[in-house]
Design a protein around this ligand. Structure first.
Ligand SMILES: [Zn+2]
Ligand SMILES: [Zn+2]
Length: 256
């Protein structure tokens, strides 16, 4: 399993694209591509950086949407339109929490009213319920709710060799800790240094989570924009060597 960090930013960061990861995973030796979140500015960084992971020209096999805030799913209409332009004909699976199909269809219809009937491919919606792993293309998707006000599913994704945890938005719940345990890569939203930003994670909580979950590696994303721009020494001090801050374009090999 390999992960390309397409974007690592929060919702309104002018310097960093919205957080978005492209995962290369394997099932019975077959290569799969899973895009994790697709916010306002995510498709552009996916198109820019995708070739470095040999991303398929007709797009990923599966798109996972952690929740329905704009910086996590409102780039989907642009992605779908360009996939049609690029000649995609194979089905596109879109997975997320209950209601993912309605949320995505409303976004598509608002952005481009005639797009849905002119897509060159079928959208297949897959709802993930907490505690009930979903199997898609030979990969396992398990979800647990974080503490975010708009219900957000953290994800544990497993392929034939490795696993990763991706928080979406929000500090980890007890169920998230169980989900993250022993993964090869833990990717957590950390908006502030200390806990206290309503509905968001922090560097300090993330370090605690990693101490308990013992992942192979820890990456922090979605830092508040002024924090990332102006206070990196303080962030790194709080992180205390427990993990790192990926830049857009960074590729992480996930160890089993
Ligand atoms: Zn967000
Ligand atoms: Zn959010």
């Amino acid at each position: 399993m390999r992960v390309l960090f397409c974007g690592v930013g929060e919702a309104f960061d002018d310097a960093q694209p919205n957080t978005c990861l492209l995962v290369e995973a394997f099932s019975d030796g077959a290569r799969r591509e899973v895009l994790l979140d697709c916010g306002f500015t995510a498709p552009y960084s996916y198109w820019r950086h995708g070739p470095s992971l040999d991303a398929a020209p007709d797009g990923p096999d599966i798109v996972w949407l952690s929740h329905f805030h704009g910086d996590h799913f409102l780039g989907f209409p642009a992605l779908a339109a360009r996939l049609t332009q690029s000649g995609r004909t194979r089905d596109l699976h879109v997975a997320g929490r209950q209601g993912v199909g309605m949320a995505v269809c409303r976004a598509l219809d608002l952005a481009y009213p005639n797009l849905r009937e002119n897509l060159g491919f079928a959208l297949k919606f897959d709802e993930c319920l907490p505690g009930e792993p979903l199997e898609m293309s030979g990969l396992s998707f398990s979800g647990a709710f974080t503490t975010h006000p708009e219900p957000c599913l953290a994800l544990r994704l497993e392929d034939e060799a490795a696993s990763l945890y991706y928080s979406g938005d929000g500090a980890p719940s007890a169920e998230c800790l169980a989900l993250a345990w022993g993964t090869g890569l833990l990717v957590q939203e950390a908006y502030s240094i200390a806990p206290g930003s309503p509905g968001h994670g922090s560097v300090e909580e993330t370090v605690q989570l990693a101490r308990m979950a013992s992942p192979g590696a820890l990456a922090l994303v979605h830092l508040e924009r002024r924090l990332r721009a102006d206070s990196l020494p303080e962030v790194m001090a709080a992180l205390d060597g427990a993990g790192y801050l990926p830049e857009p374009g960074h590729i992480h090999d996930v160890r089993p």
